[in-house]
Design a protein around this ligand. Structure first.
Ligand SMILES: Nc1nc2c(ncn2[C@@H]2O[C@H](COP(=O)(O)OP(=O)(O)OP(=O)(O)O)[C@@H](O)[C@H]2O)c(=O)[nH]1
Ligand SMILES: [Mg+2]
Length: 240
């Protein structure tokens, strides 16, 4: 199985090279970096990684309005244009440990999309202050309650898609520019009849760089579940 890993970056200079090396230790994996014209030069660093790693690293450079959702759309579409059977998405800051890639790939044998979940066995988050854990746990309950989704970690950005499932997702019509894209796509997957799997991960807060979560993207995330159910109704069937 060929796998490719989409990584959206904004100012991840300290993290990117190490992360790409760790991913490429897995044979038959490749990486697609989607950089939003990072002021810290992450885009140029990604280009140099691509030059030194041959065809195992490619880079999508975005300009204009930045956003995690917009970048993931560009990266996932790019990934569909490659021959990859499995398409991962993960954060650049080592919160998502590449050691879980094989577990998640194995789980994708019986699922169309697999989430790396922080909340499958209690709460497995390292180095988050209590208010951050509370916010994330609340966000998940809120999303599940409103949308009817049954996954434990609807907002996880660590995912793997089977190629044929991702190809059916409405990437061109995504409304969310930011983190709410994650909920939007999971909802689309559940509505589209995808089998949604979850694998437990330990999520570790970033050691380098800084968070890009802003008030604007938080508001977008709060509104998204309501917009989804108003457009498409609640998810009726539990797919996990
Ligand atoms: N291309 C792109 N990537 C982004 C943007 N905002 C965030 N990212 C990336 O999305 C991933 C998650 O962002 P983080 O800032 O780590 O968000 P978070 O994990 O919720 O916050 P922390 O726990 O503080 O790290 C990282 O790889 C970021 O570099 C953006 O506007 N454009
Ligand atoms: Mg992070």
């Amino acid at each position: 199985m060929n796998a490719t890993v989409v990584i959206a970056t904004y100012n991840e200079r300290e993290n990117l090279a190490g992360l790409v090396s760790a991913i490429l230790e897995h044979p038959s994996y490749s990486v697609i970096v989607v950089d939003d014209d990072s002021p810290d030069g992450t885009g140029a660093l990604a280009d140099s990684l691509a030059a030194s790693r041959g065809n195992r690293v490619s880079v999508v450079h975005r300009k204009g309005a930045r956003g995690l959702g917009r970048s993931l759309v560009a990266g996932l579409q790019h990934a569909l244009g490659t021959g990859a059977d499995l398409i991962f998405q993960m954060d650049a800051d080592f919160s998502h440990d590449p050691r879980y890639l094989p577990d998640m790939a194995a789980a994708a044998a019986d699922a169309d999309v697999v989430l790396g979940s922080r909340y499958l066995r209690g709460i497995s988050v390292v180095n988050w202050p209590l208010h951050r854990i509370a916010l994330s746990a609340f966000a998940n309950r809120y999303i599940r309650f409103i949308t009817g989704l049954s996954a434990h970690d609807c907002t996880s950005g660590f995912r793997v898609w089977r190629r044929e499932a991702l190809a059916k997702m409405p990437l061109d019509h995504a409304k969310a520019g930011g983190y709410a894209f994650l909920t939007e796509m999971l909802y689309a997957a559940a509505h589209g009849g995808c089998r949604i799997g979850e694998v437990p991960i330990v999520f570790v807060e970033r050691a380098e760089g800084y968070s890009k979560v802003s008030g604007h993207v938080l508001v977008e995330s709060l509104l998204m579940p309501w917009q989804l159910v108003m457009r498409g109704g609640r998810v009726k069937r539990s797919t996990v």
